[in-house]
Design a protein around this ligand. Structure first.
Ligand SMILES: N[C@@H](CCC(=O)N[C@@H](CS)C(=O)NCC(=O)O)C(=O)O
Length: 249
């Protein structure tokens, strides 16, 4: 977006919890690959933004609909929530999805499937109550993680592997936002479930190859090494609890 009076791009405003990668990371990766100017508003000091500014927007909204939960993106007057919706908005503006309708529909379909997987990853450590800690729901988490590692993880990753077996990128010949999200999911899973991922890796050559190609892209590589990339941790969606990783062994 260009401000015609100054001929300078107006930065997007990303709103997401400041201490974790979480779902905000899918948006950050697109903005970073696109080299789009953006402010990570909740990570700014309070006099320039901060979590307070994020909560204020959630209560008041913009001129339109207020978001239910972060991440959300402010682009001019637009306030856009839901990760896949944000990505589907950004990608065509920055050449990160093919132009034809069929590819765009496929891209969103794949992104929503990634969203389903991310929710199931989250539920391995919070199977009962998002308002309580992992420690308060450990027995249920162990049950949930066992089923996840045994059944759901290979099913989801096997699906993406099959899609990729026929093409270089998830939506065809060219890079799209879905590849960036797949990269993030694979990295997150390798952090959270290293043993399970090691067992599955011989069956995932295409997906792991895609992960390596994305990591080597110059802008992504620079971003991953920068302080803008928040490390994985046990506060985020991808959490490493050894007992959950070992659940299905
Ligand atoms: N489907 C939404 C999920 C959004 C979501 O669950 N956001 C989390 C952080 S990753 C949150 O803060 N949720 C607050 C809540 O659900 O009350 C998306 O993909 O953006």
């Amino acid at each position: 977006m260009i401000d015609n009076r100054r001929m300078k791009p107006i930065p997007y405003e990303l709103y997401y919890w400041p201490q974790i990668q979480g779902r905000g990371e899918f948006v950050r990766l697109v903005l970073e690959e696109a080299a789009a100017p953006y402010l990570d508003v909740a990570r700014l000091p309070e006099d320039q933004g901060g979590v307070k500014a994020m909560l204020k927007l959630m209560r008041a909204g913009g001129d339109g609909l207020q978001p239910f939960a972060p991440p959300f993106l402010k682009s001019g007057e637009l306030l856009i929530a839901q990760t896949a919706n944000i990505l589907a908005y950004l990608a065509p503006r920055h050449g990160l999805v093919p132009e034809d309708e069929s590819s765009r529909v496929s891209a969103l379909q794949l992104q929503l499937t990634i969203g389903d997987l991310v929710s199931e990853v989250h539920d391995t450590h919070h199977p009962i109550d998002v308002g309580q800690t992992y420690e308060q729901q450990r027995p249920e988490a162990l049950k949930r993680a066992t089923a996840f590692v045994k059944e759901r993880l290979p099913k989801f990753l096997g699906y993406f592997e099959r899609v990729l077996a026929r093409r270089e990128h998830l939506t065809g010949d060219t890079l799209s936002y879905v590849d960036l999200s797949a990269f993030q999911v694979v990295c997150g899973l390798e952090y959270a479930f290293p043993a399970a991922m090691k067992r599955l890796s011989p069956n995932l050559p295409s997906l792991l190859g895609l992960r390596d190609r994305i990591a080597a892209r110059p802008r992504i590589k620079e971003y991953l090494q920068s302080a803008r990339r928040i490390p994985f941790s046990e506060q985020g969606i991808f959490r490493h609890y050894p007992e959950l990783d070992a659940a299905a062994e």
